[in-house]
Design a protein around this ligand. Sequence first.
Ligand code: SF4
Length: 353
Amino acid sequence: MTTATTAAPFLTETTLELLGQIEDGPGGFGGVTGGPDWAQEVRRLARERNATILAHNYQLPEIQDVADHVGDSLALSRIAADAPESTIVFCGVHFMAETAKILSPEKTVLIPDQRAGCSLADSISADELREWKDEHPGAVVVSYVNTTAEVKALTDICCTSSNAVDVVASIEPDRDILFLPDQFLGAHVKRVTGRKNLHIWAGECHVHAGINGDELAAQARSHPDADLFVHPECGCATSALYLAGEGAVPEDRVKILSTGGMLDAARSTGARQVLVATEVGMLHQLRRAAPDIDFQAVNDRASCKYMKMITPAALLRSLVENADEVHVDAETAAKARQSVQRMISIGNPGGGE
Ligand code: SF4
């Protein structure tokens, strides 16, 4: 790995012009269009910074297109850990950048706008978890990866939606389990495992509201030949995962897939139309992978406002200012890393590219 480059990068006239257009508003940094000049400057600045740019599937199309790697949070965190570059620019929400920092503590991890939070991760704080643990002494804490570093540090085993069932099944049957923060994923795991001593935190992602059961069933009825892809790696789709299991839509048409699996299925499906139950950003990768298939969002309002805070302006500012840097203190990071590594040792955490 080469040394981190923190010196101010060279600013061309184009950089200065684009910087002059940036406006800071309540929805984040705006004012810059993600056109070819911008993309060229972003690539140049990333090289000067010795940085690799990672973009989550739910990012804006222009951010996905300029990135070195696109994927889901866990896959990207692993790419961050293996990357030869000294700086990681994580275009996603804050807990994802924190997870990258936890897995690569020696690197500089930047998020283009640290205000990009996550309503699901914010639905439980470290203090709330401490209180919950006190009410259930001896319980095993299983946390979905959409949690803050502090919550991961208080967790025994992390899970993704791909391996939540395996993680829960690996715990002795007579131990109580505290499952957090997503109530839909928790309900799904409880139903599949039949486990009575699984306590579920009542958290949820605000994008859930856009993917409800009636809408899912109505869309499946009105598109009888379409496949239904559910990408469960972000909380916004866990309600669809739950509803599919409840029989709200015909089982043979529902495919619960990680990002890699979804892109493979897009290339191999015989269906000419696919309904996609997840955040709308995923459509960009799918349409690129299989341009002949008609991909439709189950709900085109299912857009995460936090993901969309990573704008062209924010990414440019991040590379120029070396900001916003993500810090996780060493003790928290070490404990959080254990809970993530326990998950990886139990089974396939999913999230492969
Ligand atoms: S879609 Fe939901 S779970 Fe995913 S980052 Fe946004 S708020 Fe969080």
